[in-house]
Design a protein. Structure first.
Length: 566
């Protein structure tokens, strides 16, 4: 890994916030790095409240969306809540449908089949609406580029309200309302909401229209926090408020579906990271292996016994998913090796029988292995479908745009995208994509980078520092877990590897005459030699509390270590 210090903030700003808050220089530095420079900003950061949420009517077309939904209710129309099959889509559908059903019965949901229909609004979904006398579709986490689909629905007298957070194209769909904070003509103060977050703004506006307060909507925030965690959106601004209060709901009074998913977790308090690795993969597994409807059924179920039954089925899907992604990753790595493609600037692989539900995970695994922009294709009907994943600071969406002539369709973000193409265009696309990456990527981006916030001495680590760092939570993009550099460390002599393949490293570290701290390095077992024989080493790490037999100690979680130059 390349070790890079984050840019040092202006010393005067650090001094000012240090003085205003009466905190040490390390904490002040971390705050200024996150754009927090005044007492008021710090107060909002450390003590967010639901009052910090923006007025939903600041979002372009919100008044039109609310008016159309209220008209549908007044006319006793049937409403269809439509969303994608991933975590963001299924939580958004669960959120909006369960809120509407709390006062209006004529609401149904639709999640497209990953294999029969693919991503986004589908003609099958619109036909379903027509067959069931549905005159209003609320689309969540999709639809911003569905020009033809909305036109098709309009011809059948079906209206659309689109709630999306992806980048719009040059033309917006001709829907009754298009809620998307990334619209160029939308002046909403925060444009990093996930799809479920946009859905929450819609129910917030509806609630306001019905004389409800934000307190009436707190019970829905477990869904929003789950989507924020899974969709890897920035956890700053409004997302930070939604994530914080959503986590409180998850830890105190979650809906039965989420309760059923987490009831076997031993931890007392779940963090955003736990939601990412425990809750999100299970919700995702339904759409990957069976059908996204199962996730919505789980998340909208109010009977705990029934929710536990749903959760048990989803747990099985998740086990199947793990086996599949392990096998396909193995096959993909073999394909790269056999084709001698280890030296390329990009990874593009294809096997017609790979399971479409796990190719995104496989792409992430290949990035971990070779660290370069990666696309994994499989056969989907008459076409090939793919998931793409990128490396830090490389915009894979832009790279796909440069190869658009070879693609049938594509969409996504800077770091993740999906696409389809005709099989005869595969090789041309693969070559074009490699050429674009080769010409546009900076060579440094092909080596993983680890950025640390500050260099500290082990003597600075104490309970007070840990208490303050915990108040920086919830962590995520734009507010990552603070990482520190410490130099000239030595192990106490008890270093060892852990895990079935000796993949993890356990050490007890000291710095000169400092107190000794336990440290764990996941995936660093191969660096045991660096710390043996009391060799000096440098480490980048985060701080955490380690609970063992009712005793809590401070522990370093090592992210990387190197031989010390000092």
């Amino acid at each position: 890994m390349r070790w890079n210090p984050k840019s040092k903030p202006n010393p005067e700003k650090v001094q000012a916030i240090q003085s205003a808050l009466q905190v040490d220089e390390t904490i002040a530095t971390l705050l200024v790095q996150r754009g927090i420079e005044t007492f008021e900003q710090a107060k909002t950061f450390f003590r967010p409240t639901l009052a910090d949420l923006h007025n939903p009517y600041l979002m372009k077309d919100m008044n039109k969306a609310v008016a159309r939904i209220e008209k549908a209710i007044a006319n006793n129309e049937n409403i269809l809540v439509f969303g994608d099959y991933d975590v963001d889509g299924t939580t958004a559908v669960s959120l909006v449908s369960s809120y509407l059903r709390s006062f209006y019965p004529n609401v149904t949901t639709y999640i497209p089949d990953r294999y029969a229909e693919g991503y986004g609004i589908s003609y099958m979904g619109i036909d379903y609406a027509e067959d069931n006398d549905i005159s209003l579709i609320i689309a969540l986490d999709c639809g911003i580029k569905s020009i033809d689909h909305v036109y098709y629905a309009k011809a059948k007298n079906i209206d659309f309200i689109i709630c999306d957070h992806h980048r719009p194209g040059d033309i917006l769909p001709d829907a009754v309302a298009v809620l998307d904070p990334k619209r160029e003509d939308c002046s909403y103060p925060y444009d990093e909401l996930c799809g479920c977050g946009v859905g929450f703004k819609l129910i917030q506006a509806l609630a306001e229209n019905r004389n409800q307060t934000i307190e009436d909507l707190v019970e829905y925030l477990d869904l929003v926090a789950t989507a924020i965690a899974a969709d890897i959106v920035p956890i700053n601004g409004e997302n930070r408020v939604l994530a914080k209060f959503g986590l409180e709901v998850i830890n105190s009074n979650p809906r039965p579906g989420i309760k059923a998913l987490i009831q076997n977790v031993k931890k007392k308090v779940l963090t955003i990271t736990d939601v990412v690795f425990i809750v999100a993969p299970r919700i995702n597994a339904a759409g990957r292996i069976k059908h996204g409807n199962e996730a919505v059924a789980l998340l909208t179920e109010y009977d705990l016994d029934q929710a536990e039954q749903f959760a048990s089925e989803i747990e099985q899907h998740n086990s199947d998913r793990k086996e599949l992604d392990k096998q396909i990753t193995k096959e993909a790595l073999l394909q790269i090796e056999e084709n001698n493609e280890q030296v390329r600037f990009s990874t593009v692989v294809y096997q017609e029988n790979w399971h479409k539900g796990v190719i995104g995970i496989v792409a992430s695994r290949l990035v971990e292995n070779y660290y370069r922009p990666t696309i994994v294709f499989t056969k989907s009907g008459e076409k090939l479908a793919a998931s793409a994943r990128s490396v830090k600071d490389f915009d894979i969406y832009n790279a796909l745009e440069a190869c658009a002539e070879h693609l049938e369709q594509f969409g996504g973000h800077m770091y993740a995208a999906g696409m389809t193409l005709l099989e005869e265009n595969y090789e041309n696309f693969k070559n074009a994509f490699e050429k674009v990456v080769q010409e546009t990527i900076h060579p440094d981006l092909l080596t993983p980078e680890i950025s640390y916030d500050a260099e500290i001495e082990l003597s600075e680590i104490n309970r007070k520092l840990m208490r303050l760092l915990k108040q920086f939570e919830p962590f995520g993009p734009e507010n990552m877990t603070p990482l520190f550099l410490a130099k000239g460390l030595t192990d106490s002599g008890y270093a060892k590897t852990l895990g079935s393949d000796n993949e993890h490293l356990k050490v007890f570290v000291k710095q000169g005459n400092s107190e000794s701290f336990g440290a764990i390095g996941f995936g660093l077992g191969n660096k045991l030699d660096l710390v043996a024989n009391k060799n000096k080493f440098d480490a980048i790490f985060s701080l955490e509390e380690n609970e063992w037999k009712d005793t809590v100690t401070l522990q370093l979680q090592l992210r990387d270590i190197n031989t010390s130059n000092g």
